[in-house]
Design a protein around this ligand. Structure first.
Ligand SMILES: [Zn+2]
Length: 103
């Protein structure tokens, strides 16, 4: 299909979450099991594997934007910005790695 573009490839249920996120944002999309010849057999077709999320080309930019916002919110979960030096510190640290300022 050349009128669809892949916006996300990932394991179930993440691929499922992405597609429902897009749908709730009004973007028509579908998921497609990412089949790699030689890796998949009849059994693994039914099991949980990587899936592609596809959207129509005209929705591609919008979809990428929605997904990148979503990814940012995941990545920043737990991470914090040092109030002193403005460096980003990973969530499992209680002190800034740069200036030792507490969270
Ligand atoms: Zn700091």
């Amino acid at each position: 299909m050349d009128n669809e573009k892949i916006v996300f490839v990932g394991q179930y249920p993440e691929s499922q979450q992405k597609s429902s996120l897009l749908e709730s944002s009004g973007i028509p999309c579908r998921t497609n099991a990412a089949l790699h010849s030689g890796l998949m057999n009849a059994v693994s077709l039914n099991s949980i594997g990587p899936a592609e999320v596809l959207v129509p080309v005209e929705y591609y930019d919008q979809a990428v934007q929605i997904l990148s916002i979503d990814l940012q919110s995941i990545n920043t979960q737990g991470d914090w910005i040092c109030s002193k030096c403005k460096e980003e510190v990973e969530g499992h640290f209680d002190l800034c790695w740069n200036c030792q300022n507490p969270r």
